[in-house]
Design a protein around this ligand. Structure first.
Ligand code: UDP
Length: 333
């Protein structure tokens, strides 16, 4: 077995996913050992292609629903980063049961194992928990405004909120050293277009000369943050004991409407594509509700660790275009 690095051994659930693979690379570059647990449902081994032969990386194909595997791996590691989840609006809407069970039971398995072995744990939550609250910048204490649980999107928001409640209750009542992060629209290389995420989809449509599908009016806004800004934020929070028991928004504050985003994608790719407005019921299903606005207040993380994104939307689009032009990766290993 490899030696424990200076910062110990990290377990990353969902480590073959989009964000997880970038975090894995960062930790390995710092000289740490990394164990990745990934079911390869939305993640893929090709995401770890650049580090697949790294002597300090161990990959375990498995689910966070498998209590025994989770128990064993948490036991072996010093720090746990829980990123494994069913993500992407499309999956959440189309497979609500899978989404709900993975996101609640899987997280509970990870949290209880971390508690059993007294491991430091970072739990990834989502800006989805704010639901329809579009009133200006959302701080960590802003209200959640969600519709009925019969709508899959709100069921997902509820599952992520339950994850937070569980993590924080284990911290307050049982001393689990845990940090919760709420990720807002993270984008960058390796983000798959398959699960509905807008930038990889629009970029591929533009490069193919297809119409860019803008859902609804296109007036809804989002703020996109580069994964290479997000991952160092996770890393720094793990190193700072003042973050324990706290929740942090992580995201960009550069706000853009989706229609304008589509125009920027067309300009950046030099495409002759047009924009097609697609009603939500056609894109998803009847009764689908979108968030009109999702802008984070990131004062808390900025004040604690001085974090702010360094890459703007132009940089993000350039990287997304370069990534989309790469040949489709084949599964490695
Ligand atoms: N969207 C769009 N066209 C697409 C995919 C998404 O207009 O092909 C819209 C979607 O309705 C939402 C925004 O882009 O308003 C961001 O969608 P994404 O699924 O990337 O993230 P989220 O909805 O979680 O913010």
């Amino acid at each position: 077995m490899a030696l424990v690095g200076a910062g110990g051994r990290f377990l990353i659930t969902g480590g073959a996913g989009f964000i997880g693979s970038h975090l894995t690379e960062l930790l390995l570059s710092e000289g740490h050992e990394v164990v990745v647990l990934d079911a390869l449902s939305t993640g893929q081994l090709a995401n770890l292609g650049s580090v697949q032969d790294h002597p300090e990386l161990r990959f375990v194909q498995g689910s966070v629903l498998d209590e025994l595997v989770v128990d064993e791996l948490v036991h072996e590691c010093d720090v746990v980063v829980h990123l494994a989840a069913v993500v992407g609006v499309r999956l959440v809407v189309e497979q609500p049961l899978r989404s709900f069970i993975t996101n609640i039971r899987g997280t509970e398995n990870v949290i209880t194992a971390a508690h059993r072995y007294k491991r430091k744990l970072l739990v990834a939550s989502s800006s989805e928990i704010y639901g329809k609250n579009g009133h200006g910048p959302l701080s960590e204490l802003s209200d959640r405004i969600v519709g009925p649980p019969t709508v899959s999107r709100w069921a997902y928001a509820t599952a992520k909120a339950v994850d937070e409640v569980l993590a924080l209750a284990y911290n307050r009542e049982r001393g689990l050293p845990t940090v919760v992060v709420r990720l807002f629209n993270t984008v960058g290389p390796r983000q798959s277009p398959a699960y509905g995420m807008v930038i990889p989809r629009l970029v591929r449509q533009a490069l193919a000369g297809d119409a860019l599908t803008v859902y609804g009016s296109g007036n809804q806004t989002r703020c996109f943050c580069h994964v290479l800004d997000v991952v160092p934020a996770l890393r720094s929070l793990l190193d700072d004991d003042r973050a324990i028991g706290e929740v942090f928004n992580i995201g960009s504050t550069e706000e853009i409407s989706i229609r304008e985003l589509a125009e920027r994608v067309i300009a950046a790719t030099g495409s002759s594509s047009t924009i097609r407005l697609v009603p939500y019921e056609e894109a998803y299903s009847a009764g689908f509700e979108d968030m009109e606005r999702r802008l984070p207040d990131t004062t808390k993380i900025n004040q604690l660790i001085g974090w702010a994104p360094t890459r703007n939307l132009s940089h993000i689009l350039e990287d997304a275009i370069t990534d989309a032009r790469q040949p489709t990766p084949t599964a490695a290993g």
